[in-house]
Design a protein around this ligand. Structure first.
Ligand code: B12
Ligand code: SF4
Ligand code: SF4
Length: 376
């Protein structure tokens, strides 16, 4: 088998099926990543969304028998909406980060990897392959970096010279020896714009994140958001793009190559108040196809409450009182109490005083007391 020719064919075919960049690397262990992952774990800087098995994360041979290469793919996603919707007084909107615009990217990249797998199988019928996107064991970024897709920026993202960092990543481990590409040069230089732009100081130094402080992570948790972060979340209902929008390499980068990735503005930048009263079914119908809904309705509802407080939206007070009084989830009730305190006004005060008497959950009571203190 002429693997040099196969690599060339794969590069050509990848373009035909809508893969914007493809790179190749060996299946050697990721030794540098291993010490990094251990260090992050020791420092308590991980999010908990990473695969817990560090050995598997850095050893492709534990994932596929006798692997010889890894193919890394990148698909560029839009950074600006073609259709705009306005966030107005009384009709405030939240924002999903760009990685949650359009159809969930896991489906899109898995589709591309499947097509690539089928192509390889026609050439090498006895090949062994294992593809993954995001939820697999490997670090998609470490693979992409070693395969020359982009460099690893101080904002932690893989930045491609062509598309900036607005790219999704995925990879395929193979049993065939495809010639590896070389990593590309780091182009961050002395820039520190992303570190300065991060609202919570989650980027502790260039290329190192404390995920526990990252707004993207916080918007995906299920509990009460710690006080110090609530106002910093702003109107983000899912994810955060600040360290990417600040990056000069993303300037003017806005690619609309893939129809499936086009955001519906009513979903990507949704009205906040209606989110508070959605049934599970309504939530699934509206948001079920986007990657940002993977944790379900509750975190998005909690974030929408925080966003309404951010806007000090007085028109939302009746809905927030309803949440405080009727909602089964203590996280929603507690966050609504805090939001009512932030927004202020007589009706909010009266509702908080009433709720204090009947509320039985200690954490929610704590939030009510905090909210009442805003009136002092
Ligand atoms: C856990 C996770 C998160 C966590 C933690 C993020 C983090 N930086 O680790 C949270 C929830 C915070 C998160 C947020 C986001 N995520 Co995320 N996430 C992941 C996931 C599942 C694992 C990442 C991981 O293992 N991190 C651990 C760190 C230690 O390793 P790493 O970043 O993977 O690898 C790099 C470091 O190890 C570094 N490194 C190694 N050794 C050393 C040594 C030194 C000295 C230095 C400086 C660096 C260094 O080099 C590696 C390559 O860059 C991956 C998917 C996957 N399976 O890989 C997606 C992934 C990284 N996420 C992605 C995206 C899009 C995001 C968000 C932009 C989403 C959003 N808009 O809100 C933000 C960006 C936040 C940020 N600045 O990183 C994309 C990144 C695409 C890209 N172009 O880089 C990925 C690859 C998903 C995908 N398949 O497309 N994410
Ligand atoms: S995603 Fe937001 S909070 Fe997280 S590191 Fe980047 S700027 Fe900071
Ligand atoms: S903002 Fe500057 S330092 Fe940060 S990733 Fe972009 S180029 Fe690198």
């Amino acid at each position: 088998m002429d693997f040099h020719k196969l690599k060339k064919e794969l590069i050509t075919y990848s373009k035909e099926i809508g893969i914007d960049k493809i790179g190749f690397t060996t299946a050697n262990p990721f030794d540098e990543l291993k010490s990094r992952l251990i260090r992050q774990q020791e420092l308590g800087y991980q999010s908990g969304f990473e695969d817990p098995d560090i050995e598997k994360r850095v050893t492709p041979s534990l994932l596929l028998e006798e692997p010889h290469s890894i193919i890394s793919i990148a698909l560029a996603y839009p950074s600006k909406m073609n259709e705009r919707v306005e966030s107005k007084k009384g009709m405030r909107r939240g924002i999903f980060s760009r990685a949650s615009w359009g159809l969930d990217y896991h489906h899109i990249l898995r589709d591309r990897l499947k097509k690539l797998e089928e192509f390889i199988l026609t050439r090498v019928p006895d090949v062994r392959l294992k593809s993954m996107v995001d939820t697999g064991e490997l670090s998609d970024r470490a693979v992409a970096e070693r395969a020359g897709i982009g460099w690893s920026g101080k904002n932690c993202a893989i930045i491609t010279p062509e598309f900036g960092s607005y790219v999704y990543l995925g990879e395929m481990i193979t049993s065939i020896p495809l010639e590896p590409d070389s990593p590309i040069e780091d182009q961050c230089g002395s820039c520190t714009k992303c570190l300065e732009a991060c609202p919570t100081g989650a980027l502790v130094q260039g290329g190192q994140i404390n995920a526990q402080r990252c707004i993207s992570f916080l918007t995906q948790t299920k509990g009460l958001i710690p006080d110090e972060f609530r106002e910093k979340i702003g109107n983000r209902v899912y994810g955060c793009d600040s360290c990417q929008t600040a990056c000069p390499h993303n300037k003017g980068k806005n690619f609309h190559f893939h129809g499936e990735m086009e955001p519906d503005p009513e979903v990507a930048k949704p009205l906040l108040k209606p989110i508070l009263t959605l049934s599970n079914r309504e939530f699934k119908n509206k948001f079920g196809d986007v990657s940002g809904s993977w944790r379900g309705k509750k975190p998005i509802q909690r974030n929408a409450i925080i966003a309404l407080a951010h806007f000090k939206d007085e028109t939302a007070v009746p809905e927030l009182i309803d949440v405080l009084v009727k909602e089964a989830s203590p996280v929603s009730r507690g966050t609504a109490a805090w939001a009512l305190g932030k927004i202020g006004g007589e009706p909010a005060f009266a509702a908080l005083v009433k709720a204090k008497v009947v509320e039985t959950d200690s954490e929610v009571r704590g939030e009510i007391e905090k909210a009442l203190n805003y009136y002092k």
